[in-house]
Design a protein around this ligand. Structure first.
Ligand SMILES: O=C(O)CCC(=O)C(=O)O
Ligand SMILES: [Fe+2]
Length: 329
């Protein structure tokens, strides 16, 4: 039997929950840490005599500045997880105390509990996205998902084949800036999530994209707009993408995920640990340092194979689960 929350999430593929988080307490610390990372990059990569001037810029100007420095794989410094490819001993990532606080935030877990029940694990599929106005982006990044638009996809598609089948996962999308049609909110189409997992193919940068996604243009989109403090839940089969940031401002968000304990994470050997349980003994990771240690342990496992995760694409070798076939049924 599904409760009201579960029914609504299944019916529409998404749920917008208003006023869950407090900007100053829950969100600002993450922005501060992002700025701290920028300051470190500036000190490392800027000409000596320019450093002082650049450090005095505001958040947006600093980010614009470093995004022009051609730093290899810049996104990795702001991402909550190991870089997808080329994992090395010194691979850096954005596992900060503020992110740990967000992942274990009681107010978020209280919402997630209504969907997944009382036994909840943090899932390692997580991203932070700093999106500048699209007109400022290098051409190659316009559809890359992290700094540009995100193509149509379902979140279950980024899991291993085992995870696609068995992981009971929910996405929590968190805005750090008010997110609107104009600055690149996500859009979705209701009900298609009920079709289950669709066939996905590889996008131009190896990202995940629904096959025949052009067909979705004829549906009425739902704009997933949100205020700072709101959170958006996505069903693992919700189909969604994000619009271009046409504003003159930044659009910043994080997406973190949780899975029901006892179901696979879909991203072995990355950290997957209890954040809530009726049996307190299940909770073994109690603080930020233990969490970072988990990521470092996972990193050591990924170094020999060089990647942190891979998308099994195309998702299906046959056409039965192609959107084009399912829509005509
Ligand atoms: O924020 C975005 O552009 C896309 C986010 C997304 O696809 C997700 O949170 O699952
Ligand atoms: Fe997604």
């Amino acid at each position: 039997m599904k409760n009201t929350f579960q029914k609504k999430l299944y019916e529409n593929g998404y749920l917008i929950i208003k006023n869950v988080l407090n900007f100053e307490r829950d969100l600002k610390p993450v922005l501060n840490d992002m700025e701290f990372v920028m300051d470190c990059l500036i000190q490392k990569y800027t000409k000596r005599k320019e450093i002082k001037k650049v450090l005095n810029l505001d958040f947006r100007k600093k980010y614009s500045f470093i995004s022009k420095l051609n730093i290899y794989d810049l996104d990795k410094y702001f991402n909550t997880r190991l870089p997808r490819d080329h994992v090395k001993k010194d691979s850096d990532y954005f596992a900060t105390q503020s992110l740990w606080n967000l992942i274990t935030n009681k107010k978020i877990l209280d919402v997630v509990e209504k969907i997944l029940g009382k036994e909840i694990m943090s899932n390692p599929v997580q991203n932070t996205r700093i999106k500048q106005p699209e007109k400022k982006l290098p051409k190659g990044s316009i559809h890359d998902g992290l700094s540009g638009r995100t193509p149509w996809h379902q979140d279950a598609a980024v899991l291993s084949t085992h995870g696609q089948k068995f992981c009971d996962m929910v996405t929590v999308w968190i805005p750090f800036t008010k997110t609107t049609k104009n600055n690149g909110c996500m859009i979705t189409v209701k009900e298609i999530n009920k079709m289950g997992l669709l066939n996905h193919i590889s996008g131009y940068r190896g990202q995940v994209e629904i096959k025949n996604s052009k067909l979705l243009d004829k549906f009425k989109p739902i704009y997933l707009q949100a205020e700072v403090g709101d959170i958006i839940l996505l069903h693992k089969h919700s189909i969604h993408c994000s619009l271009p940031n046409k504003s003159n401002n930044f659009r910043i968000s994080a997406d973190i995920r949780y899975n029901r304990a006892g179901t696979p994470s879909g991203r072995k050997p990355l950290p997957n640990f209890y954040v809530r349980s009726k049996n307190k003994k299940n909770i073994k990771i109690h603080n930020y340092k233990q969490w970072v240690a988990l990521w470092e342990k996972a990193k050591n496992k990924c170094i020999p194979r060089k990647y942190a995760f891979k998308y099994p694409l195309p998702t299906f070798k046959h056409n039965n689960r192609d959107l084009s076939n399912l829509l005509t049924k």
